[in-house]
Design a protein around this ligand. Structure first.
Ligand SMILES: Cc1cc2nc3c(=O)[nH]c(=O)nc-3n(C[C@H](O)[C@H](O)[C@H](O)COP(=O)(O)O)c2cc1C
Length: 204
């Protein structure tokens, strides 16, 4: 099928792009509301940007021009925590994507426990495979026809707490102990049922 993207409706673009650009890891992001409530929401437009400096990206879509709570909180507090999502955490992460208002804490509503962060004021979630404490590096407004449609957040990772057993002594991930959930298109997810190693070529 050949597709001229400008002929597509936004919903069609969503289906094609999120279905094909898959699998994506899921970031369960905690942030702090103005009143100090812990907000939690999952995001799969999430990736690594650079190692030096250690940057990650989150793209938070707006709802009819309205910033999501996570974006608003990150811009005010200048900090947030990214937790990895594995099987045990997925249902809670998914439940946290329901439209809770800014006055509600998804973390309290879902009976999740928080842990204090080391370098930032925003707490993380207890029991995640990893918590990455991030400070806001840059905020980029994504525009379409002069409207802002998304908030692209670049976060600098300043501290990591990785569940015991996931990293080996020489800091390699023990694949057998780490089973991140991958987001596919629509309501579909995958686990890494079978992983394998493929060394990169050393020369041409
Ligand atoms: C697995 C999963 C991935 C999601 N990824 C994104 C994403 O990358 N960007 C986005 O704007 N919303 C994404 N959502 C929807 C948000 O989680 C949802 O809008 C949430 O209510 C936002 O919460 P907040 O208003 O507390 O920030 C995703 C939902 C799920 C279940």
């Amino acid at each position: 099928m050949k597709i001229d993207v400008k002929e597509c409706q936004p919903q069609e673009r969503y289906k094609i792009l999120t279905g094909l650009i898959a699998p994506r890891p899921i970031a369960f992001v905690t942030s702090l509301s103005e009143e100090g409530r812990v907000n939690g929401a999952p995001f799969s437009y999430f990736s690594i940007v650079s190692i030096d400096p250690p940057l990650i990206s989150l793209s938070i879509q707006r709802n009819q021009g309205q910033m999501k709570d996570t974006a608003r909180n990150i811009l005010r507090e200048k900090a947030f925590v990214v937790q990895g999502v594995d099987g045990p955490l997925l249902e809670k992460a998914n439940a946290a994507s329901a439209p809770y208002g800014p006055e509600e804490s998804e973390i309290d509503a879902l009976n999740l426990k928080t842990v204090q962060s080391k370098k930032i004021s925003v707490p993380g979630i207890l029991g995640a495979p990893y918590n990455m404490e991030c400070v806001l590096e840059r905020h980029i407004e994504i525009q379409s026809m002069e409207h802002t449609t998304a908030d692209l957040i670049l976060g600098r990772v300043v501290y990591m707490d990785v569940e015991e057993g996931i990293l080996s002594e020489d800091l390699k991930v023990r694949q057998e102990n780490y089973d991140p959930i991958a987001r596919l298109g629509g309501p579909n997810y995958a686990t890494l049922k079978k992983s394998f190693a493929l060394e990169r070529p050393k020369s041409v």
